[in-house]
Design a protein around this ligand. Structure first.
Ligand code: AMP
Length: 403
């Protein structure tokens, strides 16, 4: 992993720090319904309090109209929950752009960054103002690291010191361990609806992994390219050629991408559709493939059992409908039972992990949907790139000071 400035590298006593957290939490009737993300930031806050820093927290919440205050997207419920968890008042600052008077408080929360017109545009003026609010900027929000916005990116350009928070570092370490320096064999499972949304991931992973497994609607396009009848199943005609070249390349590498040998089909796409298990060779013209069959699950489990590192994104079937969830359930169980280092992420994958109750048995669950996927694609995340640049500048400054 590249060099980043960490909290422990800095003397923060009496200094004002602006900390970008991810408080994009679910709300109902003005209350936080799941405070996992808030709780996750408590160690960072406590470390900063112990270092005697003055903490200004900043985050976005939802997608309000840029430049307008909207009660529905206020961070007030987060301020309330944070105050309860920390057992001290965390005031919510509505107008923070031109500086925050913290008074007697050691910790405050800025109102939704996206109420500022320049936030999502990575506006220079707003970024500069954010930088002026603090002596040190700390980015602790991996989930937004793929977005170049004022509070995740621009501010790091202008802040005197820009550091990475512990949550962000933990996430980067886990992803780097799984992808940049994995214990072998590395097995990746890419499921979900469409090849098109995961094309770069499939191409990048196919180069890196020892074994690629495809599932869900994605596998249908691969089945089609291999000449199988897939009836009315979801697939992408435009990507059949891409699928066949991926199959070809894997074969040349000596690690075939295994295709389902049996499937679970329905005649219509709904939660009451009757599920029928059949060998792949018996799929009829009016069938929809909605899941992999038990023989395929058994086969896939052998790959999981042999793996030293497992990367998982995307379900193997329409797991939201119970009768088509067995493939994803069986995969979840075998990942959970495996001794391999396992990492999983992406919205539907997290929903599956929670449905099959295996969260405790996955080595690391990524908090970043989009950021996780872009990391899998091998892309440089803009927020991380800037933290790295800032770390190089900081190191040079420290060296100069020592001379
Ligand atoms: P993604 O967001 O690309 O990870 O896709 C997740 C969605 O793919 C889930 O909502 C699944 O229901 C859906 N899915 C998985 N397998 C299939 C399939 N065989 N046919 C249609 N949809 C599928």
């Amino acid at each position: 992993m590249s060099i980043l400035v960490k909290i422990a590298d800095l003397d923060l006593s009496g200094k004002t720090v602006l900390v970008r957290e991810d408080y994009n939490v679910p709300l109902k009737n003005g209350e936080v319904t799941d405070d996992t993300r808030i709780r996750a930031t408590l160690p960072t806050i406590n470390q900063l309090l112990a270092a005697e820093a003055k903490i200004i927290l900043i985050s976005h919440l939802g997608r309000p109209k840029a430049g307008e205050y909207d009660d529905a997207f206020s961070l007030a419920p987060v301020a309330k929950r944070l105050s309860e968890l920390l057992d001290c008042e965390v005031p919510l600052i509505r107008d923070w752009v031109n500086g925050v008077d913290m008074g007697e408080h050691n910790i405050v929360l800025c109102e939704n960054a996206r109420f500022e017109a320049g936030e999502t545009k990575d506006d220079e003026e707003l970024s500069r103002k954010m930088a002026q609010m603090c002596q040190v900027y700390i980015n602790d929000a991996f989930a937004t690291a793929h977005r170049a916005q004022a509070s995740t990116h621009g501010v790091a350009k202008y802040a005197a010191v820009a550091a990475a928070g512990p949550l962000l570092i933990t996430e980067l370490k886990a992803l780097t361990k799984a992808l940049r320096d994995p214990a072998k064999p590395l097995v990746a499972i890419v499921g979900g609806a469409k090849v098109s949304t995961k094309l770069t991931i499939l191409e990048t992973l196919s180069e890196k992994v020892d074994q690629l497994i495809v599932g869900g609607g994605i596998a249908n396009t691969f089945l089609k390219s291999a000449g199988y009848e897939i009836g009315k199943s979801l697939y992408e005609p435009d990507l059949v050629n891409v699928a066949s070249s991926l199959l070809e390349k894997a074969k040349e590498k000596g690690c075939d991408i295994p295709l389902p040998v049996d499937v679970i089909v329905g005649k219509e796409f709904n939660e009451n559709a009757k599920a029928t298990i059949k060998p792949i060779s018996e799929v009829e013209a009016d069938d929809m493939i909605m899941d992999v069959g038990p023989k395929t699950s058994k086969l896939l489990n052998t790959y999981i059992n042999d793996a030293a590192t497992i990367v998982w994104n995307g379900p193997l079937g329409v797991f939201e409908f119970d009768q088509f969830s067995q493939g994803t359930a069986s995969l979840s169980k075998s990942i959970a039972a495996s001794n391999a280092y396992s990492i999983a992420g992406g919205g539907d994958t997290i929903a599956a992990i929670s449905k099959f109750k295996i969260a405790d048995d996955i080595s690391y669950i990524s908090t970043g949907g989009g950021a996780f996927l872009e990391f899998l694609e091998g892309k440089k995340l803009p927020a991380i790139e800037l933290l790295e640049e800032a770390a190089r500048a900081w190191e040079a400054m420290e060296k100069a000071r020592e001379l």
